[in-house]
Every structure is written in C-alpha cells, then in structure tokens.
Design a protein. Structure first.
Lengths: 100, 243
C-alpha cells in the first residue's frame, strides 16, 4: 500500500481538529460567553449514544447493545462509578450474545 | 464528582478524573487492537498502521478508512466517510476555548487530542481547572492505549476475536451516557440532547456515516438562540451595561 492515503488521512484529520481550536480561540470572550458553545457537545454526545447503540451501518438494529444501554442508564442514574457502568454494559451485551 | 464519596481501597486512585480516564483508556486499547488487525488485513503495513494511530488519532475515522479500503472501496471511497467522521472534532474544538491552553506548540499538541472522549470528559467537569486536567489526563491515557493497542493488533493479526464477543461495542455508548449525564443541567440541555438524538436517528438511514453526528449539533441551536435573546433583554434592562 502506498503512503499517500495514510498521509492524506492524517493531514486532513489534524486540519479539522486544528480548525476548530483556532476558530474557537478567535472568538472574543463576550461572544464565547453569549453563545455558551459548550452546549454544542450535548446533542452530539446524545447522537453518538443512539447511533452507536441502535444502528449498524445505515440500518436500525435492536440487539444486545440495547439492554446494555438500559443497564448503563440505570447505573448512571444511581450515580455508580464509571468503571462499574462500563463493565456492566460490556457484561450485559457479552452474556446476552452468549445465551441468545 | 458524584463518585467521590464511593472511593475505597480497592480503587487504584482516589481521584475520579484519573479513574475515569484510565477506564476509558482500557476500553479504547481493546478497540485499538481490532483497528490494528483490520488495518493490516486491509493491506497497510505495520508501520503505516501505527503511523495512522499516532498521527491521525481519531478512532472512528481510522476504522472506517481501513474497513472501506479492506472491502475494496479504494482511497476515493474511503476518504470522504473517514473525514465526515473526523468533522465533529472541528465542532469540539470550537467548544474548548480555555481548555486547549498553553503556548502555541502546546496548543498545537493539544489540538491533536481533541476527540470524543477528551471533549466529553472536559465538559463533564464544572471548573476550568478541572476541565483542563480531565482533558489532559484523558488524552494521555487514550493516546497511550490507542497506540499500544494498535501495535499489538497489527503484530498479532487476526485470530484475536471480535470485540463484540466481549460486549465492547456496548462500552462506548455507556461511557458517553455517563459523560453526558452531568452536562444535562436544566431543561434546555435536556431538550438539546433529545433534539440531537432525534436528528441523528432521522438521518442515519439516508446519509453517509458521520453526517448524522455532525448534523446533530443543530440540536443546540434553539438553546443558543434563547441564550442570546436572554442576554439582549438583560442588556436592554440595564442600559449602563452596554449598547
């Protein structure tokens, strides 16, 4: 495999990261406060959760990930430690796949 | 942090930021192994695979890139979806003013680690100092785990099994949920989250991968508009404050 695809991917990926950071720094303090851009991360995280839980490629799929997310949701609500949430989600999905 | 009162001797660290960063790192390492396996199987050399993880360092894009090329899609087919997936890192950068800090070389280095987990960990904290610490520590754990895991996978090749067999594909949504929860302060954030999820689900069957995630950011628009409107009203009521 030639190197140019690797270089192209790496360069573009860094350019995107740096673009966001540079534009973010350009905002003056007042604009940044007025827009409270932190909120942008909230819908994006919610989207990642549902896309990674309920879809495979471009299809909706209900599988072992769904109960795993429910278990995680209960543990998040009960304010369980982070490690417990991650392990419980993995164990739920793994056990269901083993049994079903 | 809510976990603080639950510290005990079993945990390796009393600091919840360290603990959380390490657990994200462990889950990431296993995914990195599967990237290493996939990338070598797609025809990249071990060195090329490791360079991708070191320099590209954005998991979803790398996995997509390698799997499309492995499936015979060619570079022209692999690059656009990989870059659409990387596009959300630009959105994250916008929100990280003050967190990505330090001299120009330090900021350039920190820009490299602006990804899902570092951004989410930063914004799950309440003070700027804690945000910076969470960002840096998560970046350190992730960078180490992602690159070591990639090397192991690239050297080992196939035969390590599917991450799904260990339920690892369920770990990231759970982790993101745990990181989102502390950010859902108030009904506006709640509405933004629901809107983002609905936008993504509406688009996922009809757009290329990556687009639903980027478009979900639009879920924040009503909140952003409401906050500028509130501010304008506040300024009109207190003319000495400006305008």
């Amino acid at each position: 495999m030639s190197w140019w695809p690797v270089v192209a991917l790496c360069a573009a990926a860094y350019a995107l990261k740096a673009l966001g950071v540079v534009l973010g720094e350009r905002l003056d303090r007042e604009t940044a406060e007025r827009w409270s851009l932190e909120i942008v991360v909230v819908p994006v995280l919610a989207a990642l959760i549902v896309v990674q839980s309920f879809t495979t490629g471009q299809r909706f799929v209900l599988d072992a990930r769904t109960p795993a997310l429910l278990v995680a949701a209960v543990l998040v609500w009960r304010k369980a430690p982070f490690v417990v949430i991650a392990l419980a989600a993995a164990a739920t999905a793994a056990l269901l796949r083993l049994v079903v | 942090m809510p976990g603080q009162s639950r510290d005990n001797a079993v945990m390796s660290s009393r600091d919840p930021i360290v603990r959380n960063a390490v657990s994200i790192g462990v889950a990431t390492a296993v995914y990195a192994v599967s990237f290493g396996v996939l990338s070598v199987a797609a025809g990249f050399s071990v060195v090329q695979t490791c360079v991708m993880s070191l320099v590209c360092f954005t998991g979803a894009s790398q996995l997509t890139f390698a799997s499309v090329i492995g499936a015979g899609g060619g570079v022209a087919g692999a690059l656009p979806p990989a870059l659409l997936l990387a596009g959300r890192n630009a959105l994250y950068g916008l929100s990280l003013k003050g967190v990505v800090s330090g001299s120009v070389p330090k900021r350039a280095l920190r820009a490299q680690v602006v990804i899902d987990e570092t951004t989410a960990m930063a914004h799950a904290q309440t003070t700027l100092a804690a945000k910076r610490r969470a960002f840096d520590l998560t970046a350190l754990c992730l960078f180490t785990a992602w690159n070591l895991g990639t090397l192991v996978g690239a050297l080992a090749g196939s035969g390590l099994g599917n991450p799904g067999d260990y339920g690892l594909d369920a770990v990231f949504p759970a982790v993101f949920l745990a990181l989102l929860a502390p950010q859902l302060r108030g009904p506006e954030a709640m509405r933004a989250a629901v809107a983002g999820a609905l936008i993504a689900l509406a688009l996922v069957t009809v757009t290329p991968a990556g687009v639903p995630i980027i478009a979900s950011a639009l879920g924040a628009v009503p909140v952003l508009l409401a906050s500028t409107r509130r501010r304008r009203v506040a300024l009109e009521r207190a003319p000495e404050a400006g305008q």
